[in-house]
Design a protein around this ligand. Structure first.
Ligand SMILES: [Zn+2]
Length: 116
């Protein structure tokens, strides 16, 4: 049994987020390639701009990628009936934390420990 009574609602939100992140990560691929292809044509300054933009896009992609992993792990916990329990200590995660971020794997106590 899951600790979360409205787990289906969270599953829906997680599945929507997963689809959104997958679309975002796929849509980014061709744009990155075109930055490289255009490098010969653009001047030094705009090349630096392009590199900077690419670095930002990479960082953004990295964040999206790690969020996607979090979301997938949360969906896996729903499958296994572990959803809503802290992955560190096994305590129930407060409903408000899941409402804010359905992929949240930690209770407030462990989240505070992890960030300090
Ligand atoms: Zn915990």
């Amino acid at each position: 049994m899951s600790a979360v009574p409205d787990v289906e609602r969270y599953r829906l939100r997680l599945e929507q987020r997963q689809a959104q992140l997958q679309r975002l990560l796929c849509a980014d691929e061709p744009r990155e390639q075109s930055v490289e292809l255009d490098q010969g044509k653009v001047g030094r300054l705009s090349r630096m701009d392009a590199l900077q933009q690419q670095a930002m896009a990479d960082a953004y992609r990295g964040r999206a990628q790690s969020e996607l992993v979090r979301v997938r792990l949360a969906l896996k916990r729903i499958e296994e009936g572990d959803y809503g329990y802290c992955v560190e200590c096994g305590e129930a995660i407060a409903a408000g934390r899941l409402e804010f971020d359905p992929a949240n794997p930690l209770c407030i106590g462990c989240a505070n420990k992890a960030s300090s």
